[in-house]
Design a protein around this ligand. Sequence first.
Ligand SMILES: [Ca+2]
Length: 286
Amino acid sequence: MSLKNVPIPAAAEAAGMTKLVFWDDFDSYDTIDMSGEGKPGYNWYADRPYSNPTLTKEDLVIKDSVVTIRPERAGAAVGLPTYSRKGQTGFVYNKGYAEARMRFPVSGLGEVVRGQIPAFWALGVDDVAGRPWKHIGELDILEAVRAHQIDNAVIYTGTLHDHNRLESPQTRLCTNTINATGYQDQFDVLDDDWHTYAALWDENYVAWYLDNKLMHSARYADGELPEYFYRDDPTPLPKAEDVWPDYGRPAWPGAHTIMNTDKMVLFVSGHRDWPVDVDWVRVWQK
Ligand SMILES: [Ca+2]
C-alpha cells in the first residue's frame, strides 16, 4: 500500500493534528543515513545509541516499498531510530499522532529474548543523545508480547513510562500504564497480517489506536494521580500495582506530565529471529 493513498486518521483530524511533519514510505535507502556518521537531514539513522552496532543493509532490507528490520541480537531492542547520537541530529517530537503500518510473524517463533520484540516506540531524546537527565518519558505505541497465559499467543500492548530520578539520584523511579492486557482477562491477540499502530499524544493525554480503533488511554495532570482507561469505558482501570503487586512502582501525583515538555525520538524495532516489516511511518501535529 502506498502511503499517498492513506487518508488522515480520524483521531488525528479530530484532535486538529492535520499537519504531516514526518513520513516515510520506505521506497529506498535515501531516507536512512546508512553511513553511520550521523549526518543531518535523514529520517532514520543506522548508527545507534547505547553502543549498539551500526545497522547494515542486511539488518534493514528494503524491497517493494517495505523495510524489513532484522538486526542481530545485539541491540535488537533499539531497532531503527530517528535520531543519531553520533551526529546529535534527527527527528524528535513533542505531542502529535504517530502511526506505523507494520507486520510480523506470530507463530513458528523460537525462543525470543525479553525485550527483543516487535515495537514502535518513543523515548526522551536526552537519553538517546547520551545527555544527563533527571526525568524523561517513554511512549510504547506498540510492543508485541508473547503471553505465557495463553499459549504464547502474541498480544498487543501499549505503555506509558515515567522515568524519574528527581527524588533519588540512585533510583530510577518508573510508573507504567499498560492496556487492559495485564489487568484482566482481556487479551488483544495479534495475527501476522498488516496493521496500523498509533498513539495520539496531546496535553495531559495519550491514547493508543490499533487500525484506527481506540484501544486505551491515559490522563494525567500536575498534582493528580494519573488515570488509565480501557477503550471508551469512562471507568478508570484499576491501578497496576493493585493487580500486579510487583509491577513497576505506584504512580505519584503528576506522573507522566513530563510528557507535556519532553521531546522524543521514534524507533521501530525488530530482531533477526523476529523480523518486522514496516510499510510506512507518519507523524501528524497541530
Ligand atoms: Ca511503503
